[in-house]
Design a protein around this ligand. Structure first.
Ligand code: FAD
Ligand code: EGU
Length: 513
């Protein structure tokens, strides 16, 4: 018996050794191949100068388009950006969607690649935790992660401006504003742009990068083709932004938090701005938005659901701001493939608009650029192989985040009030604390790592199974052990009864400081 044990031990050692050898040889081969690759690449560039000549046109100068211009310019391509609106750096009124956004790890990694991380992070406001506002006005913080783990509230307009300015520092980049794409040909790569003076311009490119947002004009050509998959869903909710001014020159609420008022079908979120205001975003079904038609009804509504915010936003501001702009729609769009031949590729909202219930739309769009960049390295900038590979790699991940965001929307709308939200996030965090290697909360994988979105979803399902089994196991143990103890020494029943709510309040008190 002892001998057998020893032998199997040796076998295991042998096995591990051979595994190590294989692993080493694989890495070695890989390293050699990569450096060979780079060598051939540089000699090719020296002799042909190919990569400095090819022309890339980025359609859309929004967040993803401006960042993409930097990526392609850095590689030495001849880059032109065409944006339908005027230059926002010169615009007096910046119209557009949400005023501020949550920037997290994926977006930061992409910015870092073009040397822009520091510049953007320094103008962002760290949010270390969520602050949950209950109906009674009670505030409870729930950290996002360990100390030093935070997301950032960044100003959309400033981010866009900085990225455009950065793109312009490359001599091989040209920005064109007031150029609205009308039509283009997938066969020739010829694009037609309309200008506000009524004139048209035609431009050709080797590669067209469609970054023209959720209502992409580039995507229209995709829709006419066979075997292109497309789905879009408008959710019944709209959103409206309201500004909470500073009080005595200071933030009206604690600044380093993402403030949340979860009220099932209604929800409000507030992110801090550098000027010490908060931008509050109210999410609500369109039909409820439409029911409110007078200033007094606005106050009545806020009195019922968000009473603590009335003095902070201000009665008069509420009464007028609510009617300034109609509620905005939110759409979820999935499609595939993301490319046509070696000519055109979609990125950002043009490829995947997601509902904003994971704070990932921009982050995913920025990661698109980074993933494309990584594939360009692997495949030697050959568009005919890079584009299909990009579609193959990226579609499952973008579809996964679109599904997650939609799932969270449905979940929050269905039964997320402040108590439930607190409970769920605490359970997640406690499990992670108990089993840091086995259990990572989904939002942590999504927000603080570059785990591929579709893998994060797979791990989440797997963890759910583990947790459920664990719960079943412990429950069985508790029932069996408990019954045994009860039979052994029967207690006085009357002393044991504690109302369920009291029990819950005690538990909550244990967790909240
Ligand atoms: P866009 O920002 O829409 O830019 C597209 C650009 O293309 C625009 O400048 C437009 O003028 C231009 N364009 C359009 N058509 C044409 C044409 N025909 N010719 C030339 N140019 C054209 N994401 C996060 O990561 N974190 C958040 O916290 C977050 N919060 C959000 C909150 C709300 C309420 C909403 C609605 C979204 C939020 N998002 C968030 C998502 C984020 O706003 C988008 O994912 C992001 O703006 C996508 O960038 P984009 O460059 O792909 O598209
Ligand atoms: C919505 C609108 C809290 C900015 C999802 C969390 C959002 C943001 C959450 C908006 C929520 C919801 C997460 C981040 C972030 C949370 C997240 C949502 C930024 C699951 C400007 N969401 N948002 N989840 O965990 O992962 O705090 O408009 F209320 S940041 Cl809906 Cl991390």
């Amino acid at each position: 018996m002892r001998l057998l044990y020893l032998q199997s031990g040796r076998m295991l050692l042998l096995f591990l050794k051979s595994l190590l050898t294989i692993l080493l040889s694989v890495t070695w081969n890989w390293t050699v191949r990569v450096s060979d690759h780079q060598r051939t690449l540089s000699t090719m560039e020296e002799t042909t100068g190919r990569s400095t000549k090819r022309k890339v046109v980025v359609v859309g100068g929004g967040l993803v388009g401006a960042l993409n211009a930097c990526f392609f310019a850095k590689r030495g391509f001849d880059v032109e950006v065409f944006e339908s609106r005027e230059d926002i750096r010169k615009a007096k009124v910046v119209n557009g969607r949400s005023i501020n956004l949550a920037l997290s790890h994926r977006g930061r990694q992409a910015l870092k690649h073009v040397g822009m991380e520091e510049k953007i992070v320094s103008k962002g406001i760290p949010m270390n935790a969520r602050m949950i506002h209950s109906l009674s006005g009670k505030q409870s913080p729930i950290p996002y992660g360990r100390k030093g783990q935070f997301i950032l509230s960044v100003d959309r307009a400033n981010l866009n401006k900085e990225l455009l300015t950065e793109a312009e520092t490359y001599p091989n980049t040209k920005l064109n504003f007031d150029h609205k794409l009308q039509d283009w040909s997938a066969e020739t790569g010829l694009m037609t742009f309309a200008r506000s003076d009524g004139s048209n311009e035609e431009i050709k490119a080797d590669l067209i990068v469609g970054c023209d947002g959720a209502f992409s004009a580039i995507r229209k050509q995709f829709l006419r083709r066979s075997r292109f998959n497309y789905s879009q869903t408008y959710i019944p909710h709209g959103y409206m932004e309201l500004t909470m001014p500073p009080i005595n020159g200071e933030f009206a609420m604690k600044p380093n938090y993402l403030h949340i008022w979860p009220r099932n079908t209604f929800m409000m979120i507030a992110l801090p701005n550098l000027d010490k205001t908060f931008t509050c975003t109210l999410f609500m079904p369109f039909e409820d938005f439409e029911k409110i038609t007078t200033g007094d009804e606005v106050i009545e509504f806020f009195q019922k659901y968000f009473p603590d915010t009335i003095p902070l936003i201000g009665v008069n501001a509420l009464k007028t701001d609510y009617f300034r702009l109609p509620a905005q729609a939110m759409v979820s769009i999935k499609c595939s493939p993301y490319h046509i031949g070696d000519k055109c590729v979609l990125m950002g909202d043009a490829a995947h608009a997601v509902v904003p219930f994971y704070g990932q739309g921009m982050n995913a769009g920025f990661e698109d650029c980074l993933v494309f960049e990584e594939i360009m390295d692997q495949l030697n900038e050959d568009f005919s192989t890079v584009l299909p590979e990009y579609t193959r790699v990226r579609v499952p991940d973008d579809h996964a985040i679109a599904d997650l965001a939609m799932y969270n929307y449905i979940e929050m709308r269905a039964h997320v009030n402040s108590k439930w939200f607190l409970f769920r996030k605490h359970v997640d965090n406690i499990l992670h604390f108990l089993m840091p290697v086995t259990i990572t909360p989904l939002y942590t994988m999504v927000t603080f790592t570059r785990t591929r979105y579709h893998e994060a979803v797979e791990r989440w399902h797997w963890q759910d199974k583990v947790v459920n089994r664990g719960l079943l196991f412990s429950a069985t143990g508790v029932v069996l052990g408990g019954s045994y103890l009860l039979i052994k020494n029967p207690p006085d029943i009357n002393k044991l009864i504690v109302p369920a709510e009291k029990m819950w309040d005690r538990l909550v008190a244990l967790w909240t400081p």
